[in-house]
Write a protein that binds this ligand. Structure first.
Ligand code: BGC
Length: 810
């Protein structure tokens, strides 16, 4: 939402932050908050862990009954009561009041002019929803207008983009995905929900369930990456975290998975451009995370704003009604992305607001998010009704969806928020502990020559900490973080200082500055940099190299600034921005071991540089610096894995691991004549401070009937000398069938902690759903009889192999 963001920037000043001395938390405490709430270490893929029968059902489960009365995920009594109550309210409404309920307006605090229309509506017709207010007193003030002054006294739903935390900031979602730990993602979003609900927010526009297979696309940072299975597990877990077990319960918010559908596949990775996806790609890759989110009970879905196969998502009846309501059984609220109903005119699909309203309501949309300061297209609803452009029954149906969400969220009983609670909840130390655990569990170790990490603390006398991101709180927090919620961050420099105290000398150079974007970010506060004297980068690179030479080891923090990713953060290159590559080469040439810590949301090309170690920490959040210090010193052991294929350069995009098997499967070399198309690091890859071996891959039977679950087990051994985490990954390939199938596909994973010498049997269950796919031949799901390959291991190149057959012996 370009225009909206342009205004939004005026209110949401991104951090500069106060530096805080942070007390190091012993690693033994780190897991506490998370362990207390999460069903950690349960396999994803319907399986069980030997000796522990806890299960996560990430991809199945029945449709959630959204009623507060039901208090469970099943039953319809409450549901009928909610519907009846909504109908009674609807019966009293005028067309103008209906239009108002179908409107969601921005409310940007320092830009009151943009809010005038919304205030007027609140006092007269009422309003469906307001977004971007997070001050509890202001929320109460606005709510009072709707509840006491408007004719029908219908409360307002307050919404906000709570993407990876509100006050306590957790790793960005691509980082959470890299933890391969859905239970962790659930715990994180439960804290984010608690901090949001306590300020009066009822609805978050998250999780981003888009599949991102082209890392040029900046919004990859908000997603779980390229894989539908991992993406589904993470989408469902986040929904559970936001909403809790009972929809509308006090410490939770309504989740709004977005952007339905296909936004991640915009042409050339360019933000906002059109998306053209075959039905097979939609059903097999892009729809599953949304289906998983719906099965987990998501209360809302946001329709995307770009055209999908020629039809803007918001006006795409097949997408919103046939697929989302019909095939996926979604019963909640369908909202638009910002301004997208009005922009049907910009896209020359329609030429009047009456047509825009009619097209989107007819497609199945319920509520329109209006760009800041713009007139809602929904204002034309009474005319659209009067002229017969839109069916009254469809309009009523949309209004009922809004009212039902309000009833289920308990707004009629509790429209206001207790303004004294927010500070208490923000100060809960368990949230920071969880943030530290989450940042440590998200990090991915890509390289560790001669086991340089963890640093030998006993012998270490000095570290040169270098780089433009080493002491930047704003970048440590990442995008979708708003100063109005008073976030703070420990930088990597601060985290190392706090951990190492005066025993180890730390020197610091920022080395180079992050360059300015050629085209500013849609949120210009993201681009704001604190006033600082200009830096002579050439001299500073020389100084940084000298500091590295004089130290035992250099920690070089490089990557992309937080304003180089997210919405409007697409990029045609995967090079390190600015003069960072030169800095890297100079520091490596100084001759001391160099540990590169990357902050990024996409693969970055480091060319032929050979630092001793590379650790990707994404944008790690409030406790990012402390968590990185934990990892570098060995108080935490990295166990994250890549949620995308780390391609060599932007020219290789897209190049994801689960492509269809081609007629020339081997070799990868030759696909381009000038260079290998092999990625730098495979999907699912990540190192530990210890080593693991997989053996004994067993499939319970050789032959299975169609639809029969297949049980697969594998032994994982810690063959090194430290306790560490491995993510056991299960991939399959189908040898024959109705359509060609991917080279291999992830169908199960489990993150486990093993002591040195410990061996654990991990068991996976392949369900009927795991073995079916959507075929363009039948234009439906098929489950073929075929031989299936199975691989288990620590990344997508796993070589341990077994086979089973669906069908009978030939
Ligand atoms: C983004 C959405 C976001 C909305 C409200 C839009 O520009 O595409 O993801 O939820 O703004 O901030």
């Amino acid at each position: 939402m370009v225009a909206g963001l342009a205004s939004r920037k005026n209110m949401v000043k991104m951090m500069p932050l106060k530096r805080r001395a942070v007390r190091a938390i012993p690693i033994s405490c780190l897991a506490l908050a998370y362990a207390a709430t999460a069903s950690a270490q349960a396999p994803v893929g319907g399986g069980t862990q030997s000796g522990d029968e806890r299960q996560i059902s990430d991809r199945s489960g029945s449709q959630l009954d959204l009623s507060p009365q039901a208090k469970t995920r099943s039953g319809t009594t409450g549901d009928n009561a909610v519907k009846a109550r909504a109908k009674r309210i609807l019966a009293q409404m005028s067309d103008a009041e209906k239009a108002a309920q179908l409107t969601q307006s921005f409310y940007l605090q320092p830009v009151p002019r943009a809010n005038v229309g919304a205030i007027e509506a609140l006092k007269t017709t009422g309003l469906g929803s307001l977004l971007f207010v997070t001050d509890p007193a202001e929320i109460n003030r606005l709510q009072k207008m709707a509840v006491e002054e408007s004719r029908l006294k219908i409360p307002v739903l307050f919404a906000f983009d709570v993407i990876h935390g509100l006050h306590t900031i957790f790793p960005v979602p691509i980082g959470l995905a890299a933890s391969w730990d859905p239970a962790l993602a659930e715990s994180v979003q439960a804290v984010a929900a608690r901090e949001s609900r306590v300020v009066g927010v009822h609805w978050t526009f998250a999780p981003n369930a888009d599949i991102a297979r082209d890392p040029r696309w900046g919004r990859i940072v908000e997603t779980s990456g390229e894989d539908p299975f991992l993406g589904s597990a993470m989408a469902a877990a986040q929904v559970r975290g936001f909403q809790g077990a009972n929809f509308g319960s006090p410490e939770h918010v309504m989740a709004g998975p977005k952007h339905f559908a296909g936004y991640g596949a915009s042409l050339g990775g360019r933000d906002w451009d059109e998306v053209n996806l075959s039905d097979a790609e939609l059903w097999n890759a892009h729809f599953p995370p949304f289906k998983a989110a719906i099965d987990a009970g998501a209360g809302a879905i946001m329709a995307a704003y770009m055209p999908l196969n020629g039809v803007p998502a918001v006006a795409n009846r097949w997408l919103l009604t046939d697929v989302l309501r019909g095939a996926m059984g979604f019963k909640g609220l369908i909202g638009s992305d910002s301004g997208s109903v009005n922009k049907l005119i910009v896209q020359n699909l329609t030429s009047t607001s009456v047509q825009s309203v009619a097209r989107s309501l007819d497609a199945g949309l319920d509520i329109e998010m209006v760009d800041p300061g713009k007139k809602p297209a929904m204002a034309a609803l009474p005319d659209a009704l009067a002229s017969g452009a839109v069916e009254r029954a469809r309009v009523d149906d949309a209004v009922l969806h809004v009212l039902e969400a309000k009833i289920r969220m308990g707004l009629f009983e509790h429209p206001y928020v207790d303004t004294r609670q927010a500070e208490k909840v923000f100060a809960d130390p368990r949230s920071r502990t969880l943030a530290r655990t989450a940042a440590a569990r998200s990090a991915v170790l890509l390289r560790n020559e001669n086991a340089i990490l963890p640093l030998a603390r006993g012998k270490l006398r000095s570290i040169a900490v270098i780089g433009p991101l080493a002491d930047s709180a704003k970048d440590t927090l990442g995008p979708w973080v708003f100063e109005q919620n008073k976030p703070s961050a420990t930088t990597i420099l601060q985290g190392l200082r706090a951990k190492l105290g005066s025993n180890v000398k730390l020197t610091f150079s920022e080395g180079v500055r992050m360059p300015k974007r050629l085209f500013p970010s849609p949120s210009s506060t993201a681009d704001a940099v604190p006033e600082r004297p200009p830096l002579d980068e050439t001299a500073e690179i020389t100084r940084a190299a000298a500091l590295a030479r004089d130290a035992d080891v250099a920690v070089l923090v490089l990557g992309e600034a937080m304003n180089m990713v997210s919405e409007g953060g697409s990029r045609s290159s995967l090079e390190l921005p600015g003069r960072q590559q030169e800095l890297l080469d100079a520091v490596v040439a100084a001759g001391k071991p160099v540990i590169v810590v990357l902050m990024s949301a996409r693969p970055l090309s480091l060319h032929d540089s050979k630092p001793a170690a590379i650790l990707d920490v994404w944008y790690p959040g409030t406790e990012g610096g402390s968590a990185v210090a934990d990892i570098l010193t060995g108080d935490a052991v990295p166990g994250g894995k890549l949620p995308f294929t780390w391609i060599r350069s932007a020219a290789h995009a897209p190049n994801f691991y689960d492509q269809l098997l081609s007629h020339k499967p081997d070799p990868v070399n030759g696909r381009y004549w000038n260079e290998t198309s092999e990625p730098s690091y495979a999907f699912g890859f990540g190192l530990s401070y210890t080593s693991f071996a997989f053996s004994n891959l067993k499939i319970a039977k050789r032959y299975y009937g169609r639809g029969e679950p297949v049980t697969v087990s594998v032994d994982v051994a810690n063959t090194g000398e430290r306790t560490g985490d491995e993510v056991a990954q299960l991939y399959i390939h189908q040898r024959e069938g109705t359509s060609v199938r991917p080279v291999r596909e992830l169908k199960g994973f489990q993150r486990i902690t093993l002591k040195p010498g410990e061996v654990r049997t991990v068991t996976f269950k392949l369900s009927a759903e795991d073995l079916r796919y959507w075929s363009a031949v039948t234009r439906s799901y098929v489950a073929d009889e075929s031989l299936f390959d199975v691989w288990a291991g620590g990344d997508s190149r796993a070589s341990l192999h077994a086979e089973f057959t669906v069908g009978s012996p030939k």
